[in-house]
Write a protein that binds this ligand. Structure first.
Ligand SMILES: *[C@@H]1O[C@H](CO)[C@@H](O)[C@H](O)[C@H]1NC(C)=O
Length: 466
């Protein structure tokens, strides 16, 4: 029996963060009961089925091993809150679509609603853990809502942002680079933080568990994502320079990244970063700076997002330019739609903006992705402001790369799926229109080999030579 034997952990929100994180706690702490709740019946039914609602390597095994032992998925939010000792809040905090800060500030309406509900339902003191990525000082607001209950119960709010990356969530949870837990600087606050430290200590070395005050914890999450995204935008800005100067962006990245102070990770040039977090978190940071009057700081970080938008546009324009300045009515095979490999997640994927440019130019797109669901793809295209009738008339989704390539004028790589490196490019070449173009938006293919086969290859940040 561990330190936390008998502890009841509840998580409100069964998404990309809540689901895997809770599965890992259940997997590592057999004497703790973990209940994941969500108001979406469909989502919970999927978590209880053989086909989990999210794809994440290794997740299936962990869920199947602990489900209905000490890991439960339920729609009974109030029942779970009532019996929980520690309640994680892992709900969506999308960008506001209207009102003050629309398009930049986070909509924390879901967090507040959850806090109000906990205050209403709870009959004993709870430790409420803010796990969603939220603007700085959200915990304080949630704490005040929680304190305003009429039963005189004193709940504790702590912040513990999640640093897992989609596609490697299970690895990241098994061996986190760090676990961050922020709490109020009071004896009760320290005790609440310690409770959560005890849980993570079941499998994380204590020195990797960082405890801070509430606001440092909240801000650290935004800053971590801003720094990561900044590296991508930095190397992407250099890719543009490489294309005109004759330098090769991969060579530059390697030469630069071997300096241990810089490091080699996240220096891969690409069509642009995506995912639900990077853009949202930076815009949040920008909004936060602006609201404190730090306009220069805001502008500095805003350029990380702008550079990303420009990279997608530059890539799409290159496609059109190389294909004799017109793609109208030409078939283009789009390989990959997920925002990165090993996930079916399409949120903020660079692919949707590239597709929008090509649709507007009149191209016919044949899209293949091994994991993305058709409905997610359509939702994301609409979100990226593609016209519904263009989506219906100009895009077909295919289940096979070779069907996508048949009679296509170009193949465009938008996600770095490993299987794309292993394709039979002789076969692809033989079924394509000529000249057969390849635009490698992830720099994953063997460009010299493809040129030998007869392809016209464009790769980011390395094209002066031809
Ligand atoms: C905030 O989110 C809620 C719940 O998802 C939604 O009903 C509301 O319209 C959103 N508000 C803004 C200003 O975006």
């Amino acid at each position: 029996m561990g330190k936390c034997a008998g502890l009841q952990i509840v998580c409100i929100g069964a998404g990309y963060v809540g689901g895997p994180t809770m599965a890992m706690i259940a997997y590592k702490c057999h004497d703790v009961t973990v209940t994941v709740v969500d108001i979406s019946e469909k989502q919970i039914a999927a978590w209880n089925s053989d086909t989990l609602p999210i794809y994440e390597p290794g997740l299936d095994d962990i869920v199947k091993e602990r489900r209905n032992k000490n890991l439960f998925f339920s729609t009974d939010v109030d029942g779970a809150v009532e019996k929980g000792d520690i309640i994680f809040v892992s709900v969506n905090t999308p960008t506001k679509t209207s009102g003050i800060g629309a398009g930049r500030a986070a909509n924390i309406s879901n967090c507040e609603l959850v806090a109000r509900n906990i205050a209403k339902v709870a009959t004993s003191p709870k430790i409420v853990v803010e796990k969603s990525t939220v603007p700085v000082r959200t915990a304080e607001s949630m704490g005040r809502v929680l304190a305003a209950n009429e039963k005189g119960i004193k709940h504790q709010i702590i912040s513990s942002p999640e640093f897992l990356a989609e596609g490697t969530a299970i690895e990241d949870l098994l061996e986190p680079s760090r676990v961050l837990i922020g709490g109020e600087q009071t004896p009760e606050g320290h005790a609440a933080v310690q409770k959560l430290v005890d849980v993570y200590e079941y499998w994380c070395p204590r020195e990797r568990i960082i405890t801070t005050n509430l606001w440092s914890s909240e801000l650290s999450k935004l800053v971590a994502n801003a720094f990561l995204a900044q590296r991508v935008s930095s190397i992407n800005s250099i890719s543009a320079l490489c294309e005109v100067s004759g330098a090769d962006v991969d060579e530059v990245a390697r030469a630069v990244g071997t300096d241990y102070r810089i490091g080699k990770h996240f220096l891969k040039s690409s069509v642009g970063f995506g995912g639900s977090c990077f853009k949202k978190d930076i815009l949040n940071l920008v909004y936060l700076c602006e609201s404190f009057g730090l306009h220069d700081v805001a502008e500095y970080w805003n350029w990380v997002v702008k550079m990303n938008e420009l990279q997608k546009e530059r890539f799409a324009k290159t496609i059109v330019k190389r294909m004799f300045n017109t793609v109208t009515r030409k078939k283009i095979a789009v390989l990959g739609f997920a925002f990165k490999a090993d996930t079916g997640d399409t949120r903020e994927t660079a692919a949707s903006d590239v597709c929008r440019f090509l649709l507007e130019e009149g191209a016919r797109l044949s899209v293949y992705d091994p994991k993305v669901l058709a409905e997610d793809m359509e939702r994301e295209l609409l979100y990226a402001k593609c016209e519904k009738d263009q989506i219906d008339q100009q895009i077909t989704r295919v289940e096979d790369v070779y069907a996508a390539a048949k009679d296509a004028h170009a193949v465009v790589i938008l996600t770095e799926w490993k299987e794309f490196k292993e394709l039979d490019f002789d076969k692809i070449y033989s079924v394509m229109e000529k000249p057969a173009f390849i635009f490698d938006g992830r720099n994953i293919l063997d460009h010299a080999g493809l040129r030998e086969k007869g392809f016209e290859v464009f790769a980011l940040g390395k094209n002066k030579i031809n």
